[in-house]
Design a protein around this ligand. Structure first.
Ligand code: ARG
Ligand code: ZN
Length: 880
């Protein structure tokens, strides 16, 4: 394992590669403990960098057997990180580097590079795994066509590109598209294909394959369908066709992330590709659809156009997330998709941006790049592109994307290149907008308003809008009243960035009359200064503003709003996102009063909720979302931002109290929804029946508090699909019932590892605060607990850190348990350990005792001898 000597890499130090690669040939002779890799690499000096540079090849955990330059043995002496050949030993003309190395895939528990998992070989090279396969300039701005010959005694051998030839014990693949090494992939195993075909709009016939372990072939149909829909969508919406003769997907059980977009050979965590009605929930189906699309879309945004260096990671990830969000909206419901995205943005990215791990969408420094595959790079990166599209308009966005693809195809690009495309295509100056990429932290927008009634009724012709920079500018002439909206932006300091500049913030706004009618349909205000005043004249009555429609910018909005205004918006707002938000704000305000002042549950909120529940004109999926309460972590963050010290136990009690009150007051409505929303017939994972199930299970969770679990038990027994079985079982667990169902669930699904992950996770996630640590401890001793499998580790310990009141038990037992296990995992798998360590990023929110316990856990991890570079960087940043 690597010793912790975090060497910081800076964006400002970027220099172009002194040697370029024209072609790579790899011959990989697979063996569990002694795989031999022979590389033949055609190099040439980069005319742009001048003479004299040594040839630097990255290489880690490789045993060098022999190396030659132009057929002549060369005495290369690798250190821990690679090797260098001095310039004077290399010809000025193109030359061939050949090397043979030996590696041990079986011993590779990092799941990075080439490793073995369940008898199969698999690779993960992004970001820097290729250097564990052979010596190479392992950086994304070095792109080359690859030819690969694999030998092994396994029946299936796959690599990137098109198949060239194969025979017993060998297979050859050729990828004509120049690619960076991080997109290299190789798989070998006893795998079963599910096959299909696709004809592109350019007339190319593509063979599609999803390769899985024997026994999993009944779980590939949905992913295949999602893949074909993704291919069609990218042609229809972005004009992008697939560019190889085959497209393969492989499911791997041991995988650090969700999936990987290797050229022509996407590798997936099994949980992100395998689904059957009996084993996968509606949420699993949606997540598979999204991730299949995401990885496929990378073929253009990531592979054909890649990143110059890893500081540009959001160039491909932000854009590809934005594309998968658009796709999912088109496939399902834009409103429901957007609300779901807002929820997860707040839960993960706002939380990150508010703590010690805050960083810019384009960071400037890192020690371990794997620590930067974050919600900020991905989700905030997508939000920035969404704002850009809103500002320039959909047609200009489409024109800019066409220019991006034509100008940069085959290149390794920067975020500056991306923005230049937009300013060239639209003529818009984006220098201020660019701050979104460099400035970390979530902007706060505070809203103040003023109303001057008019002397006369509003004149025909509608509302007039004036954008002024000072608040005492003249009110626009005309009849009717004048409404003034003052928007102020402030971005709090983040680590290394004490001072912030104003951003360009598109604020989508509508005005609603006191009777609920629209006074002003959506307009997009552009906030560019620290404070700006917008006047709306000729209004018939004082409006209620609906601000940040469709969540037009990733900001925290604050406005003194009355509950009556919130109820009006909840009942009448024509924008589904702000409408949903109004309900959420009501819930939050009520919960805060319960937590801080010991108030009882808010009757007005429950009443408004009842109206939504009964409104049959509303999409059930939308009603299910309004039924959800803010998460306990979200409440804690909100209280902290407002200057309070959140008490996780009090938040838990208030949430439980509100749930109980909702169940009691709305019992009849909930029972009616439960009975009315059943989805008879064969299970269909589509958005419409899934929305009904979501609403029905939301109602069930409440009803289970009152009926001793009768409905949930009956549904658990009769369910023919995992969505309802899980919904019923977790409804029982949440109220302390379900002991027998837990046993039955295990017995029934023992052989299905992805279902057993759910079995582990739900018990911890639903445990009462004072039980969560004990439940996690017990489960970590279960015979089926395999801590080296990231899905299983996450099932227990991801669920523990997600159980807010359980993780934050005042005793500190949750912190201590997680720290113990992260230390253990780090020795085998630094990437997953480091990723999960962000459970501690919120320590500053809490009271002195919890802060002390959390920082003690951080110190203990940091002091552990041999802690990885990944963990060392994360823990040091969190400790601050
Ligand atoms: N590019 C992949 C995706 O977004 C994720 C790869 C992450 N790899 C890593 N080492 N963190 O689909
Ligand atoms: Zn991605």
């Amino acid at each position: 394992m690597r010793e912790a000597a975090p060497q910081t890499v800076y964006l400002r130090d970027y220099t172009p590669p002194p040697y370029l690669v024209d072609h790579v040939t790899l011959e990989v002779a697979l063996h569990p403990t002694a795989t031999r890799v022979r590389s033949t690499i055609r190099f040439r000096r980069n005319p742009a960098t001048g003479p004299g540079h040594p040839l630097r090849l990255d290489g880690e955990e490789l045993t060098l057997i022999a190396a030659q330059v132009d057929g002549v043995d060369i005495n290369a002496e690798p250190d821990d990180l690679g090797l260098s050949i001095p310039s004077h030993l290399l010809p000025d003309t193109p030359f061939v580097w050949e090397a043979e190395v030996e590696i041990n895939p079986q011993a590779n528990t990092t799941l990075d590079g080439l490793y073995m998992s369940n008898g199969m070989y698999s690779t993960q090279c992004e970001a820097e795994g290729f250097r564990k396969i052979t010596f190479y300039p392992d950086r994304p701005d070095v792109m080359a066509p690859f030819k690969v010959r694999v030998t092994s005694d396994l029946p299936v051998m796959l690599s990137n590109g098109n198949p060239v030839a194969s025979g017993p014990g060998w297979a050859e693949w050729e990828d004509p598209h120049p690619k960076p090494s991080y997109l290299f992939a190789l798989v070998a195993g006893d795998l079963q294909p599910t096959r299909d075909t696709f004809s592109t709009m350019e007339g190319r016939h593509v063979d599609l394959g999803i390769w899985v372990r024997a026994g999993d072939s009944d779980k590939t149909a949905y992913a295949m369908d999602a893949l074909k829909r993704s291919m069609l969508w990218d042609e229809a919406v972005y004009g992008r066709a697939y560019d190889l003769d085959v497209f393969n997907i492989v499911a791997v059980d041991d995988f650090n992330m969700g999936a990987m977009e290797n050229k022509g050979l996407n590798i997936f965590n099994s949980r992100c590709v395998l689904a059957s009605p009996a084993t996968a929930t509606d949420a699993d189906y949606a997540s598979i659809e999204r991730i299949i699309a995401h990885e496929y879309f990378h073929n253009w945004t990531g592979n054909r156009i890649t990143c110059r260096d890893w500081f540009q990671l959001s160039l491909k990830e932000g854009l590809t997330v934005f594309r998968d969000q658009q796709f999912m909206g088109d496939m399902r419901s834009h409103a429901v998709k957007r609300i779901g995205d807002v929820l997860s943005l707040r839960a993960r990215q706002f939380r990150e941006d508010a703590g010690p791990l805050a960083h810019a969408v384009r960071p400037e420094a890192y020690a371990e790049i794997n620590n930067f595959y974050t919600a900020t790079i991905y989700e905030k990166g997508a939000e920035v592109i969404r704002m850009l599209r809103l500002l320039v308009g959909p047609d200009a966005y489409a024109a800019a994307l066409d220019l991006y693809f034509s100008r940069h195809d085959g290149q390794a690009c920067t975020i500056d290149d991306w923005l230049s495309v937009f300013s060239d295509a639209t003529g818009r100056d984006l220098s201020q907008f660019k701050r979104w990429y460099g400035q970390a932290g979530t902007p706060h927008i505070s809203v103040t308003e003023d109303w001057v009634p008019g002397a006369d009724a509003a004149a025909p012709g509608g509302v007039t809008i004036t954008d002024t920079t000072t608040s005492n500018a003249e009110a626009p002439a005309g009849m009717g009243g004048t409404y003034t909206l003052t928007l102020r932006q402030d971005t709090p300091a983040t680590p290394g960035q004490p001072l912030k500049e104003p951003l360009v913030i598109p604020v989508a706004l509508g005005l609603i009359g006191p009777d609920g009618t629209d006074l002003l349909p959506t307009v997009v205000l552009e906030l560019t200064g620290p404070e700006q005043v917008f006047r709306f004249g000729n209004l018939p009555a004082r409006p209620v503003p609906s601000i940040l429609r469709d969540f037009s910018a990733p900001v925290i909005l604050s406005r003194d709003t009355t509950d009556a205004e919130r109820a009006l918006l909840l009942a009448h707002d024509t924008d589904p996102v702000t409408r949903w938000e109004a309900g959420r704000d009501l819930a939050r305000a009520g919960l805060e009063r319960m937590i801080l002042n010991g108030a009882g549950p808010d009757a007005g909120y429950i009443d408004a909720l009842g109206k939504m529940l009964r409104d049959a004109t509303l999409d059930p999926a939308f009603r299910a979302l309004t039924l959800g309460l803010p998460s306990q972590d979200d409440m804690a963050q909100g209280l902290f931002t407002a200057g309070h010290t959140p008490d996780p136990d009090a938040i838990h009690r208030a949430t439980q109290g509100l749930r109980r009150a909702i169940a009691t007051v709305l019992h009849d409505d909930l029972a009616q929804v439960y009975d009315g929303m059943s989805t008879p017939g064969a299970y269909d994972p589509g958005a419409v029946p899934a929305g009904k199930r979501a609403l029905r299970l939301g109602a069930l969770a409440h009803l289970t508090r009152l009926d001793d679990g009768a409905r949930a038990r009956a549904l658990f027994t009769s369910a023919d699909n995992m969505t309802e079985a899980m919904g019923a079982w977790t409804a029982l667990l949440t109220v302390g019932l379900g002991v027998e169902e837990t046993q039955r669930f295990y017995t029934r699904w023992q052989a299905e590892r992805l279902v057993i992950d759910k079995w582990f996770a739900a018990q911890v996630a639903c445990a009462a605060p004072d039980r969560a640590v004990a439940v996690a401890t017990d489960l970590s001793q279960h015979a089926d607990f395999n801590w080296k499998n990231p899905n299983r580790f996450r099932a227990v310990f991801g669920a523990l850190s997600g159980n807010a009141a359980g993780f934050h038990q005042a005793s500190g037992a949750g912190y201590a348990l997680l720290a113990d296990w992260l230390i253990q995992l780090d020795a085998a798998n630094p990437q997953t350990a480091a990723r999960m360590s962000s459970a501690f990023e919120t320590w500053r929110r809490y009271d002195p005792a919890r802060r002390a316990a959390m920082t003690a856990a951080l110190e203990r991890m940091l002091a552990h001898p041999g802690l990885s570079r990944d963990m060392t960087e994360m823990v040091s940043r969190m400790r601050g």
